[in-house]
Design a protein around this ligand. Structure first.
Ligand code: UD1
Ligand code: CA
Length: 470
């Protein structure tokens, strides 16, 4: 498929684009207190998908028509200065909704999108804008086997579009038409205010229909162009959680296929979920049932085992994450080995060749090159040097119930099994601590420190015997 480069500066200058997103619908059939357009696909609100696509089109202005749950929707998109908000207090139809946006609209072309139609491809909208350039009216239409429920595209014998007729207003012949209105329209802004003023609600639903703009354009001799999406799902809207889940799967399949095409080895593209974005090197392999959120960066030859959840993580070349790991806001150095069953919490920064084994939790800790924490440990608020070995079952006691304190473990130290390092505390370079120690004072460099009760044997001690109770 040839890409159309609409984004060239010349076109933007000659064809200033405004986008109006209709998002006033309540979404009753979601049975949710969350407004419909805030429900996520791939971790991003439906409306976020639409706005991001609109931004890639180079829209000069983005207007969101909101109604139900308006404060919640506005709060979710706070701090985005390119957005203008238009309230539609009562839902009197798509034409009425569009009219509410007009005070914010300038420029040559007004593109009308729906906040609950999240997956329209950028290239499809670019094709629609190309087709409607020069003051035409553009409609994104699709041919369906069964177009029941949708507005139908009515053409004359020459094949020119004459009108859109809503399902409830269709004659029996019109109901046979398979070409439907996706709802997405590219409109000549200069004509729009006049046409919107002429809309009437004398139809089956008693609504002001945006679709009636087409007949007005035809009356005024404005040419009407149509463009189809490449895939039907590009124009599919979301009214309930079945449709939400269906589009989520379609979107995930697209994301997985794009990663495969870019060389990422996904062992099963149907069992991989991306809720953010990935930057990756070559020969990355990802086993089944992984969920990636936020910004993920994977170097060359990184391997991710089955059932891992990663959020905002950077993993350097050749590192291996074994199955069942949970990593969040963490950095993993080159050739490190993590898991299985490891948890890296925010602020875990691991250098090259670090080994973090099973049932080990690391939080707010830097761990130097080649250091190993292989079994059943908690390392928090810690600065660990390189070449350190931490025995099984060791924890840093970093919290006195009120304040957190740091543990420092210098290069080459060996911490025995089942130690409690009571922070603030420093273990000197090349120091060794005995198994079972509770280290609450400085352990000097190069020495063995043992902090546990001495073992005693009481020779001749007798076991108690059962007493006779008469
Ligand atoms: C609309 C089109 C129909 C098209 C269909 C595609 C009209 C009259 N009909 O029908 O031709 O086939 O979409 O799905 O345009 N909205 C508001 N305010 C309103 C009414 C709607 O913001 O007053 C928003 C809704 O939240 C939704 C979108 O506009 O995002 C479409 O509204 P909806 O009621 O679903 O349109 P349909 O009647 O299905
Ligand atoms: Ca409707």
């Amino acid at each position: 498929m040839a890409a159309i480069h609409f984004n060239s500066p010349l076109l933007i200058m000659t064809n200033t684009l405004n986008v109006v997103v209709l998002a006033a619908g309540q979404g009753k059939r979601m049975y949710s207190s969350l407004p419909k357009v805030l429900h996520p696909i791939a971790g991003k609100p439906l409306l976020g998908h639409v706005l991001d696509t609109a931004r890639k089109l180079g829209a000069a202005r983005l207007v969101v028509v909101y109604g139900h749950g308006g404060e919640q929707v506005q709060a979710a998109f706070a701090g985005q200065p390119d957005l203008a908000w238009a309230l539609q207090a009562q839902q009197l139809g798509t034409g009425h909704a569009l009219a509410q946006a007009m005070p914010h609209v300038a420029g040559d072309v007004t593109l009308m999108l729906y906040g609950d139609v999240p997956l329209t491809r950028l290239v499809t909208l670019q094709q629609l804008l190309e087709a409607s350039a020069g003051g035409k009216l553009g409609i994104l239409t699709d041919i369906l086997d069964d177009a029941t429920g949708y507005g139908r595209i009515v053409r004359n014998e020459a094949g020119e579009v004459q009108a859109i007729v809503e399902q409830k207003d269709c004659s029996p012949q019109q109901a046979q038409i398979r070409e439907m209105n996706t709802g997405i329209l590219a409109l000549p802004t200069a004509r729009l205010a006049g046409w919107l003023g002429e809309l009437k609600n004398d139809n089956a639903q008693g609504e002001y229909y945006a679709t009636d703009l087409i007949a007005l354009a035809v009356r005024d001799g404005v040419p009407v162009a149509t463009v189809h999406p490449q895939d039907h799902w590009e124009a599919e809207g979301i009214n309930n959680k079945v449709q939400l889940a269906t589009l989520e799967r379609i979107h995930q399949r697209e994301l997985a296929h794009a990663l495969l095409a870019a060389g990422v080895g996904l062992l099963d593209p149907a069992r991989f979920d991306l809720r953010g974005s990935i930057r990756h090197g070559k020969d990355v392999v990802i086993d089944v049932n992984c969920v990636f959120e936020g910004q993920i960066t994977l170097g060359n030859n990184v391997q991710i085992g089955a059932n891992c959840v990663l959020k905002n993580v950077t993993i350097a070349d050749g590192a291996i994450i074994h199955p069942f790991c949970h990593l969040e806001d963490a950095e993993v150095g080159a050739a490190a080995l993590i898991g299985p069953y490891a948890r890296l919490r925010p602020g875990a920064e691991l250098a090259a060749n670090v080994h973090i084994g099973n049932f080990v939790e690391v939080k707010k800790a830097t761990i130097g090159e080649g250091s190993k924490v292989n079994h059943l440990s908690y390392i928090g608020d810690t600065t660990m040097g390189s070449g350190v070995n931490v025995g099984a079952g060791t924890i840093t006691a970093n919290y006195d119930g009120v304040n957190k304190f740091r543990t420092v473990i210098e290069d080459g130290a060996r911490i025995g099994s089942n130690n409690v390092l009571v922070a603030p505390v420093t273990i000197g370079a090349q120091a060794t601590t005995g198994a079972g120690s509770v280290i609450s004072k400085h352990a000097p460099a190069g020495e063995l420190t043992v902090a546990r009760a001495r073992q005693v044997t009481l020779t001749g001690w007798q076991r108690p015997v059962k007493q006779n109770k008469d």
